[in-house]
Design a protein around this ligand. Structure first.
Ligand SMILES: Cc1ncc(COP(=O)(O)O)c(C=O)c1O
Length: 431
């Protein structure tokens, strides 16, 4: 068995190991440590809060100051329509909370047959049973009757979760972005017709999929919203990675004005990963129906730690630091620098595309051979050069993604790009 690497310290973009290696965390751990590791302001916020009120249960009739304050902070930069926030701990729990609200909404309206969830083939939504079922991605590549396999070790997964192709599935260089959007919308319409709109509660998606970080053409979300409206289907946006600035806007859906999700799940970047906090945001439309149905009853969303004061205090300070230091604007500038550097380094015939939005850089390759082995080798070679990146199976070929913390300097980006270029060259030469 390979020995686990023992990480002992973190600071900014650097992680130190017990044996003195200094790794560049070029994916901000899980696209979430946006202020960098061990940010002093977040440590201070946790320390101060724990000295006054560490933890208290948040049930109807009880709240706490940090919860009220962080709710105001989150809603300072809302998407249109955002109304109420329920706090959870992990991303999976938050996504599941949005799905529970969607079902609650349809039950409250007396339309209980509307229970299914449609999500995208390459979407990722978490590791709980429901979010695994909503996760459509071919994680392990094992064949199944449907041609796709979802963590078979945990079968049977809950029923009522169906998947459709998204724009990135059509992104092979043969169509325009609008044609990809159109093909993906056709797939969604067909699937709704096949299932029966009366059986579908919601369509769940990530504004920018963490698998491939491909940004769909605005026509996609405009028509998706229309299709959902025409069929009485709620729209759930999973902003786990895209929320709180990763794409250069507060929300991934801020890139699509006029398209309002009915429910939004967030997590990860809300505390820059320093502590686990997540949440489900309802639109006024959904919230009014739920409240009208159960004004005095608790909506069973959160558990023991929902709305934990210390987590909320850290999230509030995180949002303040993002605002005070204009970090989301910085994301755009340094992100552009990252992509320019990647384009300069990766300009050979083996490159299909360099892409990304905000603080995201992706290189997708068009090469043959065992592309799964190749992408793993790319990530390993980068790791041997003390850089942590991600590598996935893309539509055309293997892809690598780089999602640094927002505080990454141009010098750090230069080092990452140079080492990753060397790593990929070695992997490609051995392919
Ligand atoms: C888009 C998306 N949704 C949900 C999740 C699940 O979040 P967590 O791992 O905190 O449960 C993730 C985690 O990677 C994610 O990227």
């Amino acid at each position: 068995m390979r020995q686990a690497l023992i990480l002992t310290r973190g600071s900014g973009m650097v992680l130190e190991t017990h044996d003195g290696r200094r790794l560049l965390d070029a994916i901000a751990t899980h696209h979430n440590v946006n202020l960098g590791h061990c940010h002093p302001e977040l440590i201070r916020a946790a320390h101060e809060q724990m000295q006054s009120l560490d933890h208290v249960l948040t049930v109807p009739g009880f709240t706490n100051e940090p919860l009220v304050n962080v709710t105001k902070a989150i809603l300072r930069n809302p998407l249109p329509g955002m109304a109420t926030i329920f706090y959870t701990l992990t991303g999976a729990e938050a996504v599941e909370a949005t799905m529970k609200m969607a079902r609650y909404y349809w039950h409250a309206l007396g339309r209980s047959t509307k229970s299914k969830f449609i999500s995208l083939n390459l979407g990722y939504h978490g590791n709980s049973f429901a979010t695994l079922a909503a996760t459509g991605r071919d994680h392990d590549g094992l064949p199944s009757a449907s041609g796709r396999r979802l963590f078979p070790a945990f079968d049977p997964l809950p029923e009522g979760y169906v998947h459709v192709l998204g724009p990135y599935d059509f992104h092979d260089g043969s169509r325009s972005a609008e044609e990809e959007a159109s093909a993906a919308c056709d797939a969604l319409e067909k699937r709704i017709a096949r299932e029966g709109a009366d059986t579908v509660a919601a369509f769940l998606f990530e504004p920018l999929q963490g698998h491939n970080f491909y940004q769909p053409h605005p026509a996609y979300y405009r028509r998706v919203r229309q299709i959902c409206d025409d069929n009485d289907i709620l729209l759930i946006s999973d902003e786990m990675i895209t929320g709180f600035g990763r794409t250069g806007r507060w929300w991934g859906m801020s890139h699509y004005p006029g398209v309002e999700p009915d429910l939004t799940a967030f997590g990860k970047g809300v505390t820059s990963g320093a502590l686990p906090l997540s949440g489900a945001i309802t639109s006024a439309k959904v919230w009014e129906v739920i409240q009208g149905h159960a004004p005095k009853r608790s909506v069973e969303i959160t558990g023991t730690y929902g709305g934990h004061p210390t987590l909320c205090a850290v999230a509030q300070r995180n949002i303040e630091v993002l605002e005070e230091q204009n970090l989301i604007e910085r994301v755009d500038t340094v992100g552009d620098y990252l992509r320019q550097s990647l384009r300069r380094a990766f300009d050979g015939p083996e490159v299909f595309e360099v892409r990304g939005t905000g603080m995201i850089g992706v290189v997708e390759f068009k090469v043959g051979g065992d592309t799964d082995a190749l992408r793993q080798q790319m990530a390993l070679e980068a790791f041997l050069r003390d850089v942590i990146i991600r590598a996935e199976r893309g539509t055309v070929g293997p892809l690598i993604s780089i999602t640094p913390p927002f505080i990454a300097t141009e010098e750090e980006i230069d080092t990452v790009v140079a080492r990753v270029h060397e790593a990929v060259s070695v992997a490609l030469a051995a392919n």
